[in-house]
Design a binder for this molecule. Structure first.
Ligand SMILES: Cc1cc2nc3c(=O)[nH]c(=O)nc-3n(C[C@H](O)[C@H](O)[C@H](O)COP(=O)(O)OP(=O)(O)OC[C@H]3O[C@@H](n4cnc5c(N)ncnc54)[C@H](O)[C@@H]3O)c2cc1C
Length: 462
């Protein structure tokens, strides 16, 4: 219960409209994209600036009010889904681009701006913010930092952690920390931004960020390849890295179960390839010279066919072709919404182990849960395998997840390459982290949030 006296105090503290308890409005804030059941929050608070976030947190710290932070609610681990008796702190009104420094190639932005907003603003200056994922229109830049998001272009530009220069955050007790550092080098003591990047809101609220921008690549060529096995695609990736690393910006792999399902969903008049293959890759090259990119793609992929690495290839000839090929990979959003309930895995491992892992986990799931559907795809370039397993009985999802993540743990893989732990994977953290690592994480949480009010039960059992 949020006592009516708290509601009045918070309304006075934050001003009109910042706190809402209307049940019709609360529904929209009751879940994220995971299969974690929806839960109405006690209230939703939407501050306008960091000072308001700080005042709000001081109050909650003093009165032990539990808070869950929400960005765009596209998270796949239930971290942004309210638990019982939580108030939502939504960053949606803090969505301004504060400034762009064209010469230094940096952008200062409030945490509630969407990734797409950030990307579009950079383009206006002939620059690019290279993080990219298909949830770009809804996910927020603060959520991207909180989850250390990866996405499609990690192979060239790294993860969110590599693209952040500075972070301002509000601690659970309401103190504001972190300057908006925009320097490349700053070894003056601990680099505190890394406490907040990837800790999924359990240590503080990211309110503003300074981002690194890169020169905009005006041209790109996207290629769709069909192959008989993952080993051949690994050889293709290695060839492209050796022979044209500077232009290679994405290497995404899709096993036939994923590829066939999304081709079905898209109801294309004609399938991309006349024959069916075991596995497919989307390869993207970016650069400034369209003709050079086109010639290079044709040469390299022609050689790959001669070397027997790929069976068939479609090289995009236009922007529309580029978009059509990306649409196959990005149909994951559509697939997820059709196969609910599901578990979305994001296991990270050496690429040489990937096929073995796919075979073993698929077989194990099929033996124990014959009604399960299994879709495999991933960012091959950065060793990150996405599996989606859907199953009609939601109460069994946890057990299926345990089966799969246990296999991952035994192989020395990480149970999360990019989505994070949230509430859905916290019981499995032990498969990838030692007892002493988990104990240190808990000690840090306890030190920064002694009253245990912020994103409680996300990442760790606290
Ligand atoms: C279709 C689809 C495709 C996706 N593809 C990818 C992908 O390729 N790569 C990838 O990495 N992820 C992917 N995701 C997952 C998701 O988009 C990312 O995790 C994203 O970074 C979450 O951002 P958000 O603003 O939606 O965060 P939310 O879902 O709102 O929150 C996620 C977590 O971060 C916390 N949080 C949010 N904002 C803040 C803040 N300002 N300060 C502190 N904590 C905060 C929340 O409490 C929660 O624990 C995908 C999701 C979907 C639905």
């Amino acid at each position: 219960m949020l006592h009516s006296s708290h509601i009045q105090c918070l309304q006075t503290l934050l001003g009109d409209g910042a706190l809402n308890v209307d049940p019709d409005m609360l529904t929209a804030y009751s879940k994220d994209w995971s299969s974690v059941p929806a839960q109405l929050p006690l209230a939703v608070v939407k501050p306008h600036n960091s000072a308001q976030v700080a005042k709000f947190m001081q109050y909650c710290h003093k009165h032990a009010i539990n808070i869950v932070i929400q960005g765009g609610r596209t998270g796949l681990c239930g971290g942004a889904t309210p638990q019982r008796n939580e108030v939502v702190l939504s960053l949606e009104r803090m969505n301004h681009i504060v400034s762009v420094d064209e010469k230094a190639m940096t952008m200062t932005v409030e945490a509630g701006a969407t990734l797409e907003q950030v990307q579009n603003k950079a383009l206006e200056f002939g620059l690019d913010f290279p993080l990219d994922l298909s949830a770009r229109g809804n996910c927020t830049i603060g959520g991207n930092a909180a989850t250390n998001a990866g996405g499609n272009r990690v192979i060239k530009f790294g993860m969110m952690r590599d693209l952040v220069l500075g972070i301002e955050a509000v601690l659970p007790n309401g103190n504001i920390v972190g300057g908006l550092n925009s320097m490349m080098k700053n070894n003056a003591g601990f680099d505190l931004k890394h406490l907040f990047i990837g800790s999924e809101g359990s240590l503080g609220i990211i309110t503003q960020l300074v981002l690194k921008l890169v020169p905009r690549s005006d041209e790109s060529v996207v290629v769709l390849c069909a192959a008989t096995c993952l080993d051949n695609l690994i050889l293709l990736l290695s060839k492209l890295r050796r022979e044209n690393a500077q232009n290679l910006s994405a290497f995404e792999v899709m096993w036939a179960d994923y590829f066939d399902a999304v081709i079905d969903i898209q109801q294309l008049a004609r399938k991309p390839f006349a024959a069916n293959y075991a596995i497919y890759a989307l390869v993207e090259f970016q650069g400034q010279d369209k003709a050079a990119l086109q010639t290079m793609s044709e040469t390299l992929l022609g050689e790959a066919i001669e070397q027997g690495l790929v069976e068939d290839v479609i090289i995009a000839q236009s922007l529309q072709d580029n978009a059509d090929i990306w649409a196959i990979r990005e149909a994951i959003a559509e697939l997820l919404s059709r196969v609910k309930p599901f578990i979305a895995f994001d296991i990270s491992m050496p690429i040489s182990d990937m096929q073995d892992f796919v075979n073993t986990s698929k077989q194990r799931v099929a033996d124990k849960y014959p009604k399960a559907r299994y879709f495999a795809f991933g960012h091959l370039g950065d060793g990150n395998l996405h599996l989606t397993i859907s199953y009609p009985h939601p109460e069994q999802l946890h057990a299926i997840e345990d089966e799969v993540l246990k296999i991952a743990g035994k192989m020395g893989a990480s149970i999360s390459g990019e989505h994070g732990i949230g509430v859905v994977k916290k019981d499995f953290l032990k498969y990838s982290r030692s007892d002493s690592e988990i104990a240190l994480m808990k000690a840090m949480k306890n030190m920064m949030d002694p009253n245990n009010i912020l994103n409680v039960g996300r990442v760790l059992n606290t």
